[in-house]
Write a protein that binds this ligand. Structure first.
Ligand code: PMT
Length: 408
């Protein structure tokens, strides 16, 4: 009973691979899951409601305007009921509907109204899959947070060979098992994380300060992604106009010293991500009144170094988070500089981004990141939405945490 009591809503799309949903349902039922199904109009060309109802021992939902079905459980309640929603097969047409947020039938309406994780299982002709339109839709849907399994390479029903074959019921089952196992561990362990984000302001006098262009977006997106994985996350954020995401605990700070204080107060946590662009220096003296032009001799301001929060967390023997990750904002020698940062600051990961370009990094919706771990493994994440990169980072950090032998 590997998936006992897991509630799974399966939407059956219109493709020849739809018949495989019957095998998946049998496998899931054998392993203790509860299943409800929505059969789309085109899915009905391949699978009958009777076979679905027989296997699930539950009503097959088909029509949004079906009085009886709505009386029993309405489309909002269907989504609320589910622990996860699966769309199999996900056709190219269905992907394009989700991309533009259509709500034209029961399946698309449920998905638009849902805040649950949705696993899309694409199956289509290889050329349809590789078409620029489908690939563009894929990017949008990944950015919306849809999960994907497949498609696999292989021989397709149309006789062609290539990428487009639907993942097998066994593969989907393993994916679900892994997904729920992780969720259960995170819940059992009551995992906690902290994320620093945004700039800091180091005031010279009441109206002038040293700061930088950070918007806080990348760090907030990481917090949202960690939260979605079930990890209770606190954000310690420097001043920015970025709208605070709901469901996330945020402590607003101004200076690096305040950020450090709030980080210390938020310990212990299992995971720390330092995405903040902390000012490296602060003025030695902060004047209480606005500095007059002739007050500063030879135009100089005396500065001293701020304490390093990332380094503090990494070297903190008493309550070191199991995983400490930093960012590196670089304009040149990205990998070399990041390798020395990981070594000097003793953190487990550095996510390095190039901040010399206008369309990524600081104050942009996009980023391009090179991940380096303390063993020197390097992985590149090509340019993508910060939310997409945040989901990848959150997943990697959680996996590393769960892999930690001392942890389990
Ligand atoms: O906020 P956005 O507009 O979304 O932009 C995102 C970002 C580009 C700011 C972000 O992705 C990023 O790169 N953040 C780190 C910026 C930075 O300060 O880099 P750094 O190379 O100077 O510092 C290295 C690491 O040490 C960082 O994890 C930083 O948080 C940490 N640090 C630095 C100084 C200090 N006193 N305390 C620290 O914790």
């Amino acid at each position: 009973m590997e998936l006992k009591n897991k509630k799974i809503l399966i939407i059956i799309g219109g493709g020849i691979a739809a018949y495989k949903s019957l095998d998946l349902i049998r496998l899931l039922k054998k392993n203790g899951s509860e299943i409800k199904t929505i059969l789309t109009k085109s899915g009905k060309e391949f699978v009958t409601p009777l076979s679905l109802t027989t296997l699930t021992r539950s009503k097959t939902y088909e029509n949004i305007f079906d009085q009886d079905a709505e009386a029993e459980i309405d489309h909002i309640a269907l989504s609320r009921w589910a622990d996860i929603i699966i769309v199999m097969p996900t056709t190219a047409n269905f992907m394009s509907k989700l991309t533009i947020g259509k709500a034209e039938d029961l399946a698309t309406t449920v998905l638009l109204a849902s805040d649950k994780n949705v696993l899309l299982v694409p199956a289509m002709n290889v050329r349809m899959w590789l078409h620029k339109a489908t690939q563009a839709n894929l990017k949008v849907l990944q950015d919306f947070g849809y999960l994907f399994i497949g498609p696999e390479k292989g021989e397709m029903a149309c006789g062609e060979f290539g990428e487009g074959k639907m993942s097998s019921p066994r593969q989907i089952f393993s994916y679900l098992k892994n997904y729920f196992d992780k969720k259960d561990i995170v819940k059992k362990k009551n995992l906690k994380a902290l994320v620093t984000t945004g700039p800091t302001r180091e005031y010279l006098d009441p109206v002038r300060y040293i700061s930088n262009e950070s918007s806080g977006k990348q760090g907030y997106e990481i917090a949202v992604a960690l939260n979605k994985l079930g990890i209770k996350t606190t954000v310690i954020a420097g001043p920015s106009n970025y709208k605070t995401p709901k469901d996330i605990k945020v402590k607003k700070v101004t200076s690096a010293d305040e950020m450090m204080l709030n980080v210390k107060e938020s310990l212990p946590v299992d995971l720390a991500v330092c995405a903040a662009a902390v000012a490296d220096f602060k003025p030695i003296l902060k004047k209480n009144k606005k500095i007059k032009k002739d007050e500063i001799e030879s135009n100089s301001i005396m500065l001293k170094k701020n304490n390093d929060i990332l380094e503090f967390l990494s070297k903190n023997n008493k309550s070191r988070p199991r995983i400490v990750a930093g960012f590196a904002a670089e304009t040149d020698n990205l990998t070399k500089n990041s390798l020395s940062k990981i070594k000097n600051k003793h953190c487990d990961f550095i996510f390095a981004n190039d901040v010399s370009k206008k369309n990524i990094g600081f104050n942009s919706d996009y980023n391009k990141v090179t991940m380096i771990d303390k063993k020197g493994n390097i992985k590149h994440f090509p340019k993508n939405k910060k939310s997409f990169i945040a989901n990848k980072i959150a997943q990697i950090l959680l996996d590393r945490l769960l892999d930690d032998r001392n942890f389990n």
